[in-house]
Design a protein around this ligand. Sequence first.
Ligand SMILES: Nc1ncnc2c1ncn2[C@@H]1O[C@H](COP(=O)(O)OP(=O)(O)OP(=O)(O)O)[C@@H](O)[C@H]1O
Length: 485
Amino acid sequence: MSATTAAGPAAGSAPASDAGAPPVFSVEGLWKVFGPRADRVPADPALAALDAAELRARTGCTAAVRDVSFDVRKGEVFVVMGLSGSGKSTLVRCLTRLIEPTAGRIAIDGEDVRAMDGTRLRELRRHRAAMVFQHFGLLPHRTVLDNVAYGLEIQGMGRAARRERAAEVVAKVGLAGMEQRRPAQLSGGQRQRVGLARALAVDPEVLLFDEPFSALDPLIRRDMQDEVVRLHREEGRTMVFITHDLQEALKLGDRIALMRDGRVVQLGTPEEIVGAPADDYVRAFVQDVPREQVLTVRTAMRPASPAERTATGPTVTPDTTVSQAITTVSREGAPARVLDAGACVGVVDAETLLNVVAGHPTTAPADTPPALSADVSAVEAAGGPADAGPAGPAAAAGGADGSAVRGVDVSAGRPAAGGGVPGGPGADVSAVEAAGGPADAGSAGPTAVAGGADGSAVRGADASAGEAGGGSSGVPAPPAGKESV
Ligand SMILES: Nc1ncnc2c1ncn2[C@@H]1O[C@H](COP(=O)(O)OP(=O)(O)OP(=O)(O)O)[C@@H](O)[C@H]1O
């Protein structure tokens, strides 16, 4: 989880995900095409190259996910963000085959998901990758405690044990004292907490969130986001989180996959996406983000001179946001040295910090590889020393043209996520099955499938989303949540 938010620093930093560990989910060349003879689309380079409108005109098909590859690392919050119709839900549903992929590879802990039989799939959805839905599908006649215990009941856990476990999780999500209420006696936010608790109770290896908070009002939504931050910090559980809200993505994501028309147009940390947008589309998406609240001093710092390296005075860490560093530098009235494990890796001063705020090209340590580094002459022009600093982080500047890609990473040292003990609300699976298996009904069929514990299928066909989001305009309309950034 990022240590900062678009609205200010998060309540604390989460443990970092382990970039070196084998991925939990590994996705390669994934396609999901809805429509007649869908599998010919990924197989035929000429069809695969068509844009959405041409493809629809030529084949009657919609490519909701197009040749997508990524890994979800153990312990990270991986956010899938994009406008309505960009393919987020389809992509995440493909991970557990709630929607059947058309082509590509998906593995969980190295196991081929596409090769799983029905039993194995059920286990995957119940035990390993539980989904938290926007419509949480609580059982209205059951108490909070029994709703939370429901998934455990499906697994055959005894009454006393499951109620004890459910009580623990209810307390964890801040609902202690409400165990005996029924869903109708709860606010929307409290109901969402019950949905979250129900997923947590079964202790899945991965939590998949499908826009869980988008129906909540802004204050409750922020509350729930903080709850996710807190839970993640405490447990280090791997999470995949769908949102169309940039602020939410920046707040929650260790890494963000930004989707457009079924493709991932950029995959990176919040800092990479804001500091070095991959193209005009991403740039337009992030243009109103207060850069100083997302970018860290890694982006802002210049090399330290020999004298500065051994000087005294204010210090900051590489993860300090530019916003926080501005406070330090202005309070102390002096440049701050950037210390990483005791070593001085750079310096930030009023000029370097204001460059970030202004969106000007920033500087990088002189020992940064040329392909990644900012123009050192700019440092010299700004009066900064050009000598090489000690080995620093792989920082590089997001130049004004967005071409530089930063090597900052929130990796390493994160404790292992919760074990893949007992599974998710079983009714999710039965809803899928009741709906006739993974929804792959082509353009006329149901999207899928997301049952609540009451077995109700939540998502229906969503052709309109595609109209809204599948357009071919060069630059996106602001995402719904963007104005709040
Ligand atoms: N069952 C279906 N049949 C045909 N097209 C579909 C089906 N389900 C989704 N699509 C299309 O696939 C594309 C991606 O839809 P998806 O629901 O994954 O987008 P999304 O980014 O999750 O959107 P939203 O934020 O509105 O939920 C859209 O063009 C949508 O219309």
